[in-house]
Write a protein of this length. Structure first.
Length: 223
């Protein structure tokens, strides 16, 4: 049996099992730990009062607040106009940062996430590709980028899908990254064929590690 056939057979055997919805624990931030501070920070950004300084640290702080705020519980319960204001502010801040730091891969990712929240698929695609090109080996950003891309796969254009394949290959080749994609493989039926094709083109040891990770993720999901 070929490598691809082996992986496909595994996919079919898992496809008939019922698993819970795919989820990845988000990094602990004020948006998860402190409701009061979360609301204050969210409102500051949405109202346009949040600014960033010249330092890289200052820029990363506002970008982090934007990224995690876009996916926080607040973003699901606030009125739609307020959510759009927050996303618009984040999109503008991320673009202001990339204007002076065009190789800031995280800023491009935040711009992509904000564009998605604004239903701007073209903007999301452009920013995702630029994030991948400026940070192709930054694994923590790659994991976030793959999450956004896969959650919105139907809205990706061909260029972005190819960039996503490169990200998937990077994750498959790393011990930490392979756990991420194995979890999605188990829980996301539409993802299985794509990752099977990507992994089948990688070295045999990478394929074997991926298969082991998938089996482990499947077992854990049933516990």
């Amino acid at each position: 049996m070929t490598r691809l056939a082996t992986l496909t057979a595994l996919a079919l055997s898992l496809a008939g099992v019922c698993f819970g919805a795919y989820s990845v624990a988000r990094e602990a931030t004020i948006f998860d730990r402190s409701p009061e501070r979360s609301i204050e920070e969210y409102d500051r950004i949405a109202s346009g009062q949040a600014e960033f300084g010249l330092s890289a640290y200052s820029k990363k702080q506002i970008l982090s607040s934007c990224y995690y705020g876009l996916g926080s519980r607040l973003a699901r319960v606030r009125p739609a106009p307020e959510i759009r204001r927050f996303a618009t502010q984040c999109f503008e801040k991320a673009n202001a940062i990339t204007a002076t730091m065009p190789t800031n891969s995280f800023a491009w990712l935040v711009a992509a996430a904000a564009a998605e929240a604004l239903d701007d698929h073209a903007g999301m695609n452009t920013a995702l590709v630029r994030s991948q090109r400026t940070g192709p080996r930054e694994q923590w950003i790659t994991e976030l980028r793959v999450r956004l891309a896969e959650d919105n796969y139907a809205g990706l254009d061909e260029t972005t899908r190819k960039a996503n394949e490169l990200d998937l290959a990077l994750l498959a080749e790393s011990y930490r990254g392979v756990k991420t994609i194995a979890s999605r493989y188990v829980n996301d039926a539409g993802f299985r064929e794509r990752i099977t094709t990507v992994v089948s083109a990688l070295p045999n040891d990478v394929q074997q590690r991926f298969l082991w990770s998938v089996k482990k993720a499947a077992q854990e999901s049933l516990q």
